[in-house]
Design a protein around this ligand. Structure first.
Ligand code: SF4
Length: 186
């Protein structure tokens, strides 16, 4: 893959009308981070601040994620951050199965281009969409296929700050993940 692939994909996402979220978004949010990122983080969907900025995790949940990454000894600038769906669902509702299905090819392509050695799934929506599992409270901190780590969504940590310590310790595990199979994304 050449270095323009992520940029070209981002342009395609910004023009995308594959699902109804294109009618209500201000900006699609393709994702942020370097093409050679070793770690990817996948959230649920852009919120109001992200929709406005066209960038992922820039609101309050983003500030919390930044703090947690810092505490875990990780540099956000070296991580590629995106979401399962690239456009904001109205009122921050959960994305529907249909919207997830329509958007998933973009995420698959991003993973194919970046080929990360660790993929952090933030919350139930990405855990279900990618691994078919649910129940973040019991699954958090677990690694699947040497590639996927499940943890809380930062917004869930914001709602209950007693989860912060566990969140940071989950994120710290990403540092030790070196390689993995791409079985679930093929
Ligand atoms: S959510 Fe995904 S599939 Fe739907 S319009 Fe946005 S980029 Fe396209």
């Amino acid at each position: 893959m050449c270095s323009n692939d992520l940029r070209e994909l981002a342009s395609e996402i910004r023009r995308c009308e594959r699902c109804g979220l294109s009618q209500t978004r201000r900006n699609a949010v393709p994702g942020d981070g370097p093409e050679n990122a070793r770690i990817m983080m996948i959230g649920e969907a852009p919120g109001a601040a992200e929709d406005l900025a066209g960038r992922p995790f820039v609101g309050r949940a983003g500030a919390l994620l930044d703090r947690a990454l810092d505490l875990a000894g990780l540099d956000r600038g070296e991580i590629f951050i995106t979401n399962i769906v690239k456009c904001r669902p109205p009122g921050n509702r959960r994305p529907t199965e249909e919207e997830i299905r329509a958007c998933m090819p973009y995420l698959r392509k991003q993973i194919e281009i970046i080929r990360p050695s660790a993929i952090c799934l933030l919350g139930n929506v990405p855990a279900k969409a990618i691994l078919g599992v649910q129940g973040v409270t019991s699954l958090r901190g677990r690694i699947f296929d040497d590639l996927y780590l499940i943890t809380f969504h930062p917004a869930a940590v914001l709602r209950n700050m007693s989860r912060m310590e566990l969140f940071v310790s989950d994120l710290a595990k990403l540092k030790g993940m070196r390689s993995g199979s791409m079985a679930h994304m093929q």
